[in-house]
Unconditional design. Structure first.
Length: 359
């Protein structure tokens, strides 16, 4: 099979790129391993904040629905329940679909496979009931299943705090949020909602162990001194779920397979594909966007997807250099706005390092 553009991953980055490309007339195939595209957006029932151009006041799930409607209107070809399992020479993508492996040859490939949750290793971490915060969010917001009645959240970043609030909305009792650092990692607007709901934060604390036989029954935390647990400061909680919100890392195995050069940037999740300002990697015709290109936010992923889509459209001749430059500048301005302030500065500097390789 041949397609002009193959997009791997139907989350916010992939959908946004598909829309930009389809609007120019490019032939796009969007591949997603899930039964429904949209990625993280359909887990995000909270309202976005910021500026109007970044969908302030709109729930993530509604943003996802809007993007899906646009792809359908534009006639984007979508393969669901299909897993891209390899990228080979001459931009050939192997896809496991309907129990068979098919190969699609493309002129350009965009990899936006998102991020994977980090795990924590502690006694009892393999017990049923210990799970990633993202897994709990999927259970509650997508599958409408409460993972447990009493929950301990480990990690106070945006994911940990937002999922805590959503667990409360679903009827769970969150006994506390444990954070090893001396301050809360999430945006104040999210942390304040959780604190007003009565959930305590245990800063300078970490989980010591989870207890139970067939499943989690108790969790024990302790205070830290220079990242070392202080004897005698243990606190125990009767819980049936321990959620781990220890950050995400880019899922870039397909990019590795394609021979893309990688760079280690801890501020954005660790190892990730090095890419240029227009999201092209070190391998000609292969692009990245979203959390695959460095873990940030859904709003950032959408603008990076747009930027990649515009760049690919230009490379295929669907946009003139002037048209592409104008559209890219608009996307970059939106990205710059998202990477400002005390939270954004680190991400912007990290992105500058990623793009410093001259891909």
């Amino acid at each position: 099979m041949r397609r002009e553009v193959v997009i791997i991953g139907g989350g916010p980055a992939g959908l946004s790129a598909a829309i930009e490309l389809a609007e120019t007339g490019a032939q796009v195939l969007l591949i997603d391993e899930n039964r429904q595209p949209g990625g993280q957006l359909f887990k995000q029932i909270h309202k976005f904040f910021g500026s109007r151009v970044h969908n302030a006041g709109i729930r993530g799930v509604d943003i996802g629905k809007k993007l899906l409607e646009e792809t359908e209107t534009l006639g984007v070809e979508v393969w669901l329940n299909s897993a891209a399992i390899g990228i080979f020479e001459e931009r050939r993508v192997a896809v496991l679909r309907n129990g068979e492996t098919v190969t699609v040859e493309a002129e350009a490939i965009l990899i936006c496979t998102g991020g994977a949750e980090n795990a924590l290793n502690f006694p009892g971490w393999t017990l049923p009931g210990v799970m990633g915060a993202g897994a709990a969010q999927t259970m509650v917001n997508v599958n409408h299943v409460l993972p447990g009645k009493n929950v301990l959240m480990v990690g106070s970043g945006n994911v940990g705090v937002i999922v805590t609030y959503q667990l409360l909305q679903a009827g769970a009792n969150v006994v506390g949020i444990v954070e090893a650092a001396p301050k809360i990692g999430a945006y104040g607007v999210h942390a304040a909602k959780v604190r007003r709901a009565g959930v305590p934060f245990y800063l300078n604390h970490t989980i010591i162990r989870a207890e139970g036989e067939s499943q989690v029954k108790r969790a024990v935390i302790a205070q830290l001194d220079q990242w070392t647990p202080i004897p005698g400061t243990e606190k125990a909680f009767d819980v049936d779920v321990v959620c781990i919100a220890a950050g995400l890392r880019p899922t870039s195995e397909l990019a590795w397979m394609a021979g893309v050069k990688h760079i280690f940037v801890p501020e954005l999740g660790g190892w990730m594909p090095q890419h240029s300002e227009n999201m092209q990697t070190s391998v000609k015709g292969i692009y990245v966007a979203g959390d695959t290109a460095g873990v940030e936010e859904a709003s950032t992923a959408m603008d990076e997807g747009r930027l990649a889509g515009i760049s690919i459209a230009e490379s295929l001749g669907y946009l003139t250099t002037k048209e592409s430059a104008d559209r890219q500048e608009e996307a970059r301005q939106r990205l710059m706005a998202l990477r400002m302030g005390p939270f954004g500065d680190k991400r912007r500097n990290a992105k500058d390092r990623i793009m410093g390789g001259g891909c």
